[in-house]
Write a protein that binds this ligand. Structure first.
Ligand code: URA
Length: 210
């Protein structure tokens, strides 16, 4: 879906950062839902499938709960490579790579990819999962408990200047439904019931919309 030239330019821009691998977003044009995560992890960069690791198991439960399959939805993330840092695991002498949150320069390096996917797939509803995806699209860092599970009608951010890492808002208005990142339940099980309330809301919206 994404032109090779654009992919190459984005990979090049990412070269100077501690990020590895490259995972393409997957899904149809005009998906029922367009999910945006943060960045792939170790599992994803090895098999090339977005959300196929531990967070992916939770994500899979979300879509099943919505009576959907991967064929109905688009799934991608703010960046396509795995940001890592070297650290020594406890009681070990050898350092290994750990996942970390992508920084703003890394997000900008891959921003044209997400811009392209959104433009081409014309999503009905965009679901940013977690604070990185939220910030990437809306430019704000609110508390997630204040924005998750609500419908937002808004233009979204699109890269404006690749040298300065600046964004501008689209002319088009989108419907967004921010959610917690599926990995959040792995750290905080108590979030599960809130997430499923949000999924119920989304399900109800879809039943009217389709
Ligand atoms: N987290 C993400 O945001 N994307 C993945 O593909 C995996 C974990």
């Amino acid at each position: 879906m994404i032109p090779k030239k654009l992919v190459e330019a984005c990979k090049k821009k990412m070269e100077r950062f501690d990020c590895e691998g490259f995972v393409y977003g997957t899904g149809p044009i005009r998906p029922v839902l367009f999910f945006v995560g943060e960045a792939p992890g170790e599992t994803e960069i090895h098999n090339g499938i977005p959300f196929s690791g531990r967070a992916g198991e939770e994500f899979e439960k979300f879509i099943t709960y919505l009576d959907l399959t991967r064929a109905d939805i688009y799934i991608t993330s703010a960046i396509r490579s795995r940001p890592y840092k070297w650290r020594k695991p406890p009681h070990k002498t050898e350092k290994r790579k750990y996942n970390r949150t992508p920084n703003q320069k890394e997000i900008a390096a891959h921003a044209p990819l997400l811009d392209y996917e959104i433009e081409k797939s014309e999503p009905n509803i965009i679901v940013p999962m977690g604070r990185i995806a939220y910030w990437r699209l809306l430019g704000e860092h609110p508390r997630m408990d204040e924005v998750t599970g609500t419908f937002i009608t808004s233009p979204i951010r699109k890269l404006d200047d690749w040298e300065k890492n600046t964004y501008r808002f689209t002319e088009k208005t989108y419907t967004l439904f921010p959610m917690y990142h599926p990995a959040a339940v792995l750290y905080k099980r108590s979030l599960e019931s809130v997430i499923y309330e949000h999924l119920d809301k989304l399900k109800e919206f879809l039943s009217k919309d389709l």
